[in-house]
Design a binder for this molecule. Structure first.
Ligand SMILES: [Zn+2]
Length: 297
């Protein structure tokens, strides 16, 4: 049977279209498989880049805990800082020029949270807005049924579920040098980022195993309720009373305490310490950072 020229042309066309579709599918599959490998290779290359000695000096002079890390931990922290700095954009606000020193200090404290190879660098976060000092925001709150009160509130930092985090540089500097009081705005806001990795701010970051969530919920809920009761009764607490605000703030405050007052947290809330140790894969009591704060509970 002889086929017409039009039929042949139509067959060739559909074959060509089928090939194109297969090529596109192939490229997409290759992209899905190869892209994460390329990203991982790029990250590993960045981590191996030599760490500028003046960056090291900035950290040594501003972040006292750095000198208490093991040599291996310092090297890993340096690698994470290199990656962090290529992935995040710093934006100076209200006339602030963000200097290299500011970037290195913020990155160094934030990357302490990632020290043990979590593999992700705050994936939802793109920009870090830095204000010279506390910044004022307008807050509206409903009072009764009809009245809405507008308040002007000073803030030191905040973390948004979308892609931004805001810091007051004055507070960053003060909290970083003073590494003993359990208060650190960078640790706090970046802990919120970890909490928000799954899209929700509820005090539960992504844990290693599904079976971990039950214990986490039990331990953290008990400690959160205890903190709330202690705050109501005016008891002096290891964790900052702000942690009693809600479970998300509790996780952020517990993280600050874990890194800055590990001995006190381990003594008074061993189960909370253990959960955070398992989550961060770190044991800060081993750093032997001198604790000058005597604590009575
Ligand atoms: Zn907070």
């Amino acid at each position: 049977m002889r086929r017409s020229r039009t039929e042949l042309y139509s067959d060739q066309k559909s074959m060509f279209e089928t090939i194109i579709v297969f090529v596109i599918i192939g490229l997409i599959i290759t992209g899905i498989l190869v892209n994460p490998m390329l990203i991982k290779r790029r990250i590993n290359r960045l981590k191996r880049r030599s760490f500028p000695s003046f960056w090291n000096a900035i950290i040594e002079n501003n972040l006292p805990i750095y000198l208490y890390l093991s040599a291996d931990e310092r090297r890993r922290l340096q690698g994470h800082i290199q990656v962090f700095l290529t992935q995040k954009q710093f934006i100076g606000c209200r006339g602030l020029q963000v200097t290299e020193e500011m970037k290195i200090i913020i990155a160094a404290v934030a990357c302490l949270l990632l020290l043990n190879e979590r593999g992700q660098y705050f994936p939802r976060l793109r920009s870090i807005l830095v204000y010279p000092s506390a910044y004022i925001v307008k807050e509206t709150a409903a009072i009764g049924d009809y009245v809405v009160e507008e308040r002007r509130v000073a803030r030191l930092g905040e973390s948004w579920t979308k892609d931004q985090l805001i810091l007051s540089w004055k507070q960053v500097k003060q909290d970083t040098i003073n590494w003993q009081d359990g208060r650190n705005v960078v640790l706090h806001e970046f802990a919120h980022q970890l909490d928000q990795e799954d899209g929700k701010a509820e005090g539960v970051p992504i844990l290693q195993r599904n079976s971990d969530y039950q214990t986490w919920a039990k331990v953290m809920t008990e400690a959160y309720q205890q903190l709330g009761n202690d705050v109501l009764q005016g008891v002096n607490t290891v964790m900052d009373s702000y942690g009693a605000t809600n479970p998300a703030e509790f996780f952020a405050v517990a993280t600050e305490t874990f890194f800055e007052k590990p001995h006190q947290l381990l003594s008074y809330h061993p189960a909370v310490y253990q959960q955070l140790q398992s989550y961060y894969q770190l044991n800060p009591v081993q750093w032997n950072y001198p604790s000058s704060v005597t604590f009575i509970q």
